[in-house]
Design a protein around this ligand. Structure first.
Ligand SMILES: NC(=O)c1ccc[n+]([C@@H]2O[C@H](COP(=O)([O-])OP(=O)(O)OC[C@H]3O[C@@H](n4cnc5c(N)ncnc54)[C@H](O)[C@@H]3O)[C@@H](O)[C@H]2O)c1
Length: 402
């Protein structure tokens, strides 16, 4: 199939380009290299070195025997988006090109407003361009499990049956997002539902859990093909950040009690699931939702799993509780469905600790890069709009262990 990836230079995009090419798909994509700039703005670096796009593309051609069609561009530049899609005529468009961090969107007014205009308008431009130049393409839109928040009831895949005052309907499940970033994903969801309803576009809206991992097999051992791996407070997601902390002997920074429960999945599972969605498109006019995660864990459980993987690697890993800079429930009910992908053949990687061991092995050679930036490992962006470094509130994680 012809697949267009928006955000192809990012953590998931660079991996997906390789995964799909290895399966014989023809891939084109765009990026504005914003992720590189955001991480630099935070005074951080990727733990795994990220090479220039020219070096990446050369290594790609050497490994896969064909070129990746790449153009630098901004989704906010409508003429660029429409022109590229009109020329390439994709059968599927995977839209990953958004600012993906909750803390980054909570820094101040400027960052919140940037996140909204970048994400919401960029997504709107894709919808309009599809309508104008490739209305039969399938939009695989990356949302997040964070759109739902943490309701005290089970979470369905997008929609639920509701009976109200004697009448029934199938309606979008309520969204209770926890940051301005998550809110942009909710706005995208509504725009996508609308575009499918009124224009007959087709879309799979992926409510993805938090992804972790340093590699997929398709990358081989060429470091130019490696994806990025961040550990700062904005772009370092929980397990990725914990693994980077573990390899330099920094205590794992649990926020608050650590009872926050979320869906997680390894990078290789994310690739598998996105590919299942791409290769099994919905009907024209259909909007469907896939909840995408391997399993749900508390943050504390994950910290202990990283500790276990660290023990096996001969690392000494401490876990400390820091006061939580976010506004979120630290102990709550969490039970989302994820049947749609299983029905399409998703085989979850169940051995999460083994995946963490691979990550530690990949990260150990880069200890010095992480060590050099160790002062940024404790968060200071707070949900009340202030900046203050979190303090240790509990020396031993055992106290709060569920
Ligand atoms: N990584 C995760 O754990 C995770 C979990 C749930 C959802 N998601 C979603 O998946 C998508 C990809 O996530 P990721 O981790 O690969 O993030 P990423 O930041 O590494 O990738 C996004 C890419 O899009 C590019 N981009 C952003 N805005 C752009 C614009 N206006 N024009 C052109 N390029 C632009 C960035 O430069 C970056 O390379 C995001 O939408 C994110 O919200 C990610």
């Amino acid at each position: 199939m012809k697949v267009f990836i928006a955000g192809i230079d990012g953590y998931l995009g660079w991996s997906l380009a390789q995964y799909l090419t290895a399966r014989g798909h023809e891939v084109a994509g765009t990026d504005k290299f914003l992720r590189r700039a955001w991480v630099e703005e935070l005074g951080s670096v990727s733990a795994l070195p990220v090479f220039s796009i020219e070096e990446r593309l050369t290594a790609f051609r050497a490994r896969f025997g064909k070129s990746l069609i790449f153009r630098e561009g901004d989704l906010l530049d409508y003429e660029f988006v429409r022109g590229f899609l009109e020329e390439f005529q994709p059968e599927a468009i995977v839209h990953l090109a958004e600012m993906p961090s909750a803390p980054y969107s909570m820094i101040d007014q400027v960052h919140a407003a940037f996140t909204h205009s970048n994400n919401v308008i960029g997504s709107l431009n894709i919808l309009w361009a599809m309508r104008e130049v490739c209305p039969d393409a399938h939009l695989v839109k990356l949302g997040t499990m964070g759109e739902y928040g943490t309701p005290n009831v089970d979470i369905p895949e997008g929609f639920f049956e509701l009976e109200y005052r004697g009448r029934k309907d199938r309606l979008p499940f309520p969204r209770q997002p926890g940051s301005f970033y998550h809110l942009t994903k909710v706005h995208d969801t509504h725009n996508t539902i609308f575009a499918c309803r009124v224009w007959g576009l087709r879309s799979t809206d992926i409510m993805q859990g938090v992804v972790f991992g340093t590699r997929i097999d398709e990358m081989g051992d060429d470091p130019h093909l490696s994806t990025r791996l961040d550990f700062d407070q904005c772009f370092g997601t929980a397990i990725n950040r914990f693994c980077c902390q573990a390899v330099i002997g920094h205590p794992l920074t649990l926020y608050g009690r650590g009872g926050q429960t979320r869906g997680f999945l390894p990078l290789r599972d994310s690739m598998q699931c996105l590919t299942l969605a791409i290769e099994n498109p919905p009907k024209p006019g259909e909007y469907r939702v896939f909840n995408q995660f391997e399993e749900c864990y508390t943050i504390e459980e994950l910290a202990f799993k990283v500790k276990e993987a660290g023990d096996r690697a001969g690392l000494s890993v401490d876990i400390l509780h820091y006061d939580n800079p976010r506004k979120e429930l630290e102990a709550h009910y969490y039970h989302p469905d994820r049947q749609n992908l299983i029905d399409l053949g998703y085989k979850p990687t169940h051995d999460v600790v083994a995946e963490m061991q691979i990550m530690l092995r990949d990260l150990i050679p880069h200890q010095a890069r992480i060590m050099h930036k160790r002062e940024i490992l404790v968060p200071d962006i707070r949900w009340d709009g202030t900046r203050r470094r979190s303090l240790v509130i509990q020396q031993t994680a055992e106290t709060f262990k569920p």
